[in-house]
Design a protein around this ligand. Structure first.
Ligand code: SF4
Ligand code: SF4
Length: 377
C-alpha cells in the first residue's frame, strides 16, 4: 500500500461515510457505540460494522441541554446532541446503539436515547467484584443473542475467533505506531498521534486499517525523527480526547513541548490488551480482555496506575497533564491518585478541568506554560 500519510488518516471519516452508505444500501448492518468496553469482535463476527459515536464538537451541545442538565460532561452532551439533532451520519446509519453502564451520566443518557433509536445497554460490573467475570461473560452472551436476533444471523464461535484475531492484529499495529514515540525526539506530534488514533473508530475495513498503520510505521521509520520536536515530553491522561477537542494538545505543542503519549481511551488505554486465544470459549476470552480496561469507572482501578507508571518511564516523560472534562466525577476524583503517582516519580503534574468551549484557552495556556517552566530539560 503506497502513498499512505497522515492526510490519509485525517480523511478516513469522510471517506467512510460513503463506504457506510453503500454498505447499508446493500443490506449491511451497523452498530453505533460509545465506549472502549464495546466488544467490537462480536459485531464484526456478525458481519456488521461497529462505528464510534463519541461527540467531540461543541455545536450540538445547546440542543442536548434542552433535555440534559447543563452541568454534565461535554462528551455526553455532545454525543446526545448529535443524536437528538440527527446531524451525525454515523448515528444515522446505526441500526442500534450499544451502550454500557460505565459512568452515571452516560448510563442515564442511554435511557433517553432509546426514544431516538433502539439501545442495548450492557451491565458492566466492577472488575474487583468476585462474580464480575461470570456476570460480564453472561452480559456478552446476552449481547451475542441480541445481535443475532436484531440482524437475523447466527454468530459461530469460529466467526468470533476470526474477529478476535483481526482486532488483536489491529491493536498490535496501533501500539507499534504509538511506541515509535518512545524515542527522543519523538517521531509523531501529539496532533499526528490523535489524528491516527481517532480515525480508527470511523474505519469500516479493519484489514485496510491494519495495512495503513503498518505502511505509515514503515514510512515514519524511513525518515529520521525531527530534532525540532525535542522540547519537553508530555504524557496526557484523563478523559478521552478526539479531533475537535484537542485544545490542550495544541496548546502544549504551540508552547514548544510535545505530547508523546496519551494514556486515555483515545490513546494507549487498551493497547496492551489482547484476546487470549487459549480459552475454549471465545466469549470467556473476550470477557477477560474487556474487564481489564483501566477506566476510572472501575472501583478500584489499580491497572491505570500501573499502566501510567510504566508509560511515564517508557515514553521518557518529563511531565504529566491530566485532563478532566467538566462534571466527570470519576476521572476528577482519580486525579488525586494520579497526581500522587506522578509526584512520587519526581515529575511535574498538572490537573486541568475544562469543557469543549474555547473560553478558557488563555487560562489553560498560562497554567501549561507555568508547568513547562518546571520541567528540567
Ligand atoms: S473513559 Fe471509560 S467510559 Fe469513557 S470511553 Fe473510555 S472506557 Fe468508556
Ligand atoms: S468523560 Fe467521564 S463523565 Fe464523560 S462520558 Fe467519559 S467517564 Fe463519563
Amino acid at each position: 500500500m503506497a502513498g499512505i500519510d497522515l492526510e490519509s488518516f485525517a480523511s478516513i471519516r469522510e471517506a467512510n461515510i460513503m463506504k457506510l452508505k453503500e454498505f447499508k444500501q446493500n443490506g449491511g448492518k451497523v452498530v453505533g457505540r460509545y465506549c472502549t468496553y464495546t466488544p467490537n469482535e462480536l459485531i464484526l463476527a456478525a458481519g456488521a460494522i461497529p462505528v464510534g459515536l463519541c461527540g467531540t464538537s461543541e455545536k450540538p451541545i445547546p440542543a442536548a441541554e434542552e433535555v440534559l442538565p447543563r452541568n454534565l460532561c461535554p462528551l455526553i452532551k455532545s454525543s446526545y446532541g448529535f443524536a437528538a439533532t440527527d446531524t451525525c451520519p454515523f448515528f444515522y446509519f446505526s441500526d442500534f446503539i450499544l451502550g454500557e453502564t460505565t459512568c452515571d451520566g452516560k448510563k442515564k443518557m442511554f435511557e433517553l436515547m432509546q426514544e431516538i433509536k433502539p439501545v442495548h445497554v450492557m451491565q458492566l460490573p466492577y472488575a474487583d467484584y468476585e462474580h464480575a467475570l461470570d456476570m460480564w461473560t453472561e452480559e456478552l452472551r446476552r449481547l451475542r443473542k441480541r445481535i443475532e436476533d436484531e440482524f437475523g444471523v447466527k454468530i459461530s464461535d469460529d466467526d468470533i475467533w476470526k474477529a478476535t484475531d483481526l482486532v488483536n492484529r489491529e491493536t498490535v499495529a496501533l501500539k507499534a505506531l504509538c511506541d515509535l514515540n518512545q524515542s527522543d525526539p519523538p517521531y509523531l506530534s501529539g496532533i499526528d498521534l490523535l489524528t491516527v488514533m481517532w480515525a480508527r473508530s470511523f474505519n469500516c475495513d479493519h484489514e485496510e486499517l491494519i495495512s495503513m498503520l503498518q505502511e505509515l510505521e514503515k514510512q515514519i521509520l524511513a525518515s529520521p525523527a525531527d530534532p525540532a520536536k525535542s522540547g519537553a515530553r508530555i504524557l496526557l491522561t484523563g478523559c478521552p480526547v478526539g479531533t475537535g477537542t484537542e485544545k490542550v494538545i495544541k496548546l502544549v505543542e504551540e508552547l514548544g513541548a510535545s505530547v508523546v503519549a496519551m494514556e486515555n481511551c483515545s490513546g494507549y488505554k487498551t493497547l496492551e490488551l489482547q484476546t487470549e486465544q487459549s480459552f475454549n470459549d471465545p466469549i470467556v476470552a473476550l470477557a477477560h480482555k474487556y474487564l481489564n480496561i483501566p477506566c476510572s469507572c472501575m472501583s478500584p482501578n489499580p491497572y491505570r496506575m500501573e499502566l501510567l507508571d510504566r508509560m511515564i518511564d517508557d515514553f521518557q516523560t518529563d511531565a504529566v497533564i491530566d485532563l478532566t472534562w467538566q462534571a466527570c466525577h470519576t476521572y476528577n476524583i482519580e486525579a488525586f491518585e494520579v497526581g500522587k503517582l506522578v509526584k512520587s516519580k519526581g515529575l511535574p503534574y498538572l490537573h486541568l478541568e475544562s469543557d469543549y468551549s474555547n473560553s478558557d484557552l488563555e487560562s489553560l495556556k498560562v497554567r501549561i506554560e507555568a508547568m513547562l517552566e518546571m520541567v528540567e530539560k
